[in-house]
Design a protein around this ligand. Structure first.
Ligand code: NAG
Ligand code: NAG
Ligand code: CA
Ligand code: CA
Ligand code: CA
Ligand code: CA
Length: 608
């Protein structure tokens, strides 16, 4: 009984069933003692078989189909007990599917620059080739790059170009082709698009991570970027586009605190609630290139939005690149370029060419978008929050170097520079297939400091005992995002650091010192966000600490602190893993349909 329930849970997402392997079928082969037509008919009637004919013309072996038995059954049918006792039946065998693992026949793409795409190669740990060899290449998934345009006739992009995923918000026309000025080459969007979905095996450049995905672009950075332009871009054709890849944001000077305006906030909200038929648009975001300016991506309201997946970078040497900025909102990491003459990313470029010079967190977001496209192919029913849960689970510290790795309250390594680490494509698609959707999002909100302003001198520490709305309908057992909404004033904003520590002892640097931020402007209800407590139980004592690490005579005032806990009442990390049986497509046709399908025992989440 339990097994059957497990089967239903786990097969809920399976949409290709083509053959039976590893389970008993409704076919029997029966050897009869008598050869007459009458005796064959009699046996058929007696056991509810349909006679499908002889196996070998010169034998008494008959193929019988049992109508009353469901096509795939976990146990040899009770019928077999009766068949065994029948004197007319000499021998029989209920046919069971056998596991025939297809030999791994994957051949790497033949594109001339593929061997230079080091970030795709197996030795660099994104495990993209493994995901490809399992048949996931982005088929049926639509990605759009929000940038400075896309050269839609580029020989390595044209075949995957999707006009329905494209628009020109700068010139208000459907053609997103980049416009070049003498002083400004608008090549960024074309480079990012190539990372995601440049065509495989066409003798041009290299390949995209999701080389069978559809790719479009919203040209929106080459003009006045207004709240309206951003909002229209973020919700453009949201029932068609699955993933929006954005490698832009407020200036990375290390002195700016800025986020989406009124309309863009609405667009994000409508994206996650209405996009993809209500499953939610997937917004992938570059965490920012302000590393050299000491910037912190928690001062970037796009990267630190709960609706975006903030992607950080590492290099081929697995070190933090100089441009990379840390923050508690970072979720995952992909490869990008290193400085100077060191290796960068090989992709498409404008004027039909290829480049080996693409870099920055700008290059990391599209790479993550491509990898997540593979996961959406593996399981198109994932919600925007499921995707974040899977990214947390499929990111690994690997060999990424930083002093900043911490183990959080549920035993995961997490870093302000890398989020949960290097995104593993094979792991991501594997988990995506088995993942059971998380319950709808809850928010538990508490006012901590409201009408008793506190002076910030050198160190201000505030602790509170969080009940996580235990007795209400918003009780949260497993955290997703946590926001600390702060209003404060300080003589020199950049001298402040803010740390939030969870009951499990996980520290999140909500704000690091920003040397270039000399402003005395206030944080006015700014949402600092952390993803570092993902899956932790929020119940217990939290501590928020504000430090002035600059001149001790500079004072400040904290006027408001509100805490927003997001998550569900499910103990998500405690979902039991059970062995169970699912169908798995081991080989696909070019149109995405399943050519060869396996029934395999695999680990699966259960509700028990
Ligand atoms: C690319 O070409 C090779 C060699 O012809 C082939 O084995 C492989 O399957 C092709 N890959 C794709 C993605 O078309
Ligand atoms: C926090 O509150 C809970 C429930 O009221 C209580 O059991 C626990 O002892 C409190 N912890 C502290 C440190 O005050
Ligand atoms: Ca145009
Ligand atoms: Ca190519
Ligand atoms: Ca920044
Ligand atoms: Ca985010």
């Amino acid at each position: 009984m339990m097994r059957k329930i497990l089967f239903i849970l786990c097969s809920a997402y399976i949409y290709n069933i083509c053959s039976t392997t590893g389970v008993y079928t409704n076919s029997w082969v029966v050897e009869l003692a008598e050869r007459s037509t009458e005796s064959v008919e009699r046996i058929s009637r007696k056991y509810g078989f349909t006679n499908m004919g002889k196996i070998f013309a010169d034998s008494n072996y008959y193929h019988m189909k049992q109508r009353a038995v469901s096509k795939q059954s976990f146990q040899t049918h009770l019928h077999n007990v009766r068949l065994r006792k029948d004197p007319v039946i000499l021998w029989f065998a209920q046919q069971s599917g056998k596991t025939r693992k297809k030999r791994n026949s994957f051949t790497p793409p033949t594109d001339p620059l593929f061997h230079q795409q080091w970030h795709l190669s197996e030795s660099f740990g994104h495990n993209i080739v493994v995901a490809w060899s399992r048949g996931y290449t982005g088929k049926g998934v639509v990605v759009s790059v929000l940038d400075d345009g896309l050269e839609k006739n580029h020989p390595d992009l044209a075949a995957n170009y999707d006009p329905a995923a494209s628009y020109d918000m700068n010139d208000i026309d459907p053609n997103p082709d980049p416009q070049h000025a003498l002083y400004k080459k608008n090549r960024h969007g074309t480079r990012c698009a190539g990372q995601i979905a440049s065509v495989a095996n066409n003798s041009v450049c290299g390949v995209g991570v999701a080389y069978h995905a559809k790719i479009g672009a919203i040209r929106m950075l080459d003009g006045h970027v207004t709240d309206l332009v951003e909002a229209k871009s973020l919700i453009f054709n949201q029932q068609h586009i699955d993933i929006y890849s954005s490698s832009w944001g407020p200036p990375d000077t290390g002195a700016v605190v800025e986020g989406p305006g009124f309309l863009s906030q609405e667009a994000f909200l409508r994206g996650v609630t209405q996009g993809r038929g209500g499953l939610g648009s997937i917004f992938i975001w570059a965490s920012g290139n302000g590393g050299a300016n000491g910037d912190d991506c928690n001062c970037d309201g796009y990267a630190n939005s709960i609706y975006t997946v903030a992607v950080s970078s590492t290099t081929d040497r697995a070190v933090v690149p100089s441009y990379s900025e840390p923050c508690a909102a970072a979720l995952t990491t992909t490869y990008s370029g290193d400085q100077g003459k060191r290796r960068k990313i090989v992709t498409t470029d404008v004027h039909g060419s290829c480049t080996s010079e693409h870099t920055g967190t700008s290059a990391s977001a599209p790479l993550a978008a491509g990898i997540i496209a593979l996961a959406l192919e593996a399981n198109p029913t994932l919600t925007w929050r499921d995707v974040q849960h899977l990214v947390v689970r499929a990111s690994r510290p690997a060999n990424l170097k930083t002093e900043d790795w911490t183990i959080n309250g549920v035993g995961r390594y997490v870093s302000h520079y890398y989020g949960y680490g290097l995104l593993n494509a094979a792991k991501l698609v594997g988990l995506a297939r088995k993942w059971r959707a998380v319950k709808s999002q809850r928010m538990c909100q508490h006012e901590i400091i409201q009408d008793r302003p506190l002076i910030i001198s050198s160190h201000l520490s505030i602790s509170w005992n969080e009940t996580a709305c235990r007795w209400g309908s918003n009780h949260i057992r497993s955290l997703e995002h946590v926001q600390a909404q702060l209003s404060l004033l300080h003589k020199r904003r950049g001298d402040l650091t803010i740390t939030l520590t969870s009951p499990s002892g996980t520290p999140s640097n909500l704000l690091s010192r920003r040397h270039f931020d000399r402003s005395s402007a206030r944080f006015s209800g700014w949402n600092f966000m952390t993803t570092r407590c993902w899956d932790e139980d929020p119940t217990g004592v939290w501590t928020l600490e504000i430090r002035n690490v600059g001149h001790p005579h500079n004072l400040g005032m904290l006027t408001h602190l509100r805490i927003n806990l997001y998550g569900t009442d499910e103990h998500v990390n405690g979902r039991r893993m059970e062995r169970t049986m699912i169908h798995q497509c081991s080989d696909r046709n070019l149109d995405g349909s399943c050519r060869e399908c396996l029934f395999v025992f695999t680990l699966c989440y259960t509700t028990f």
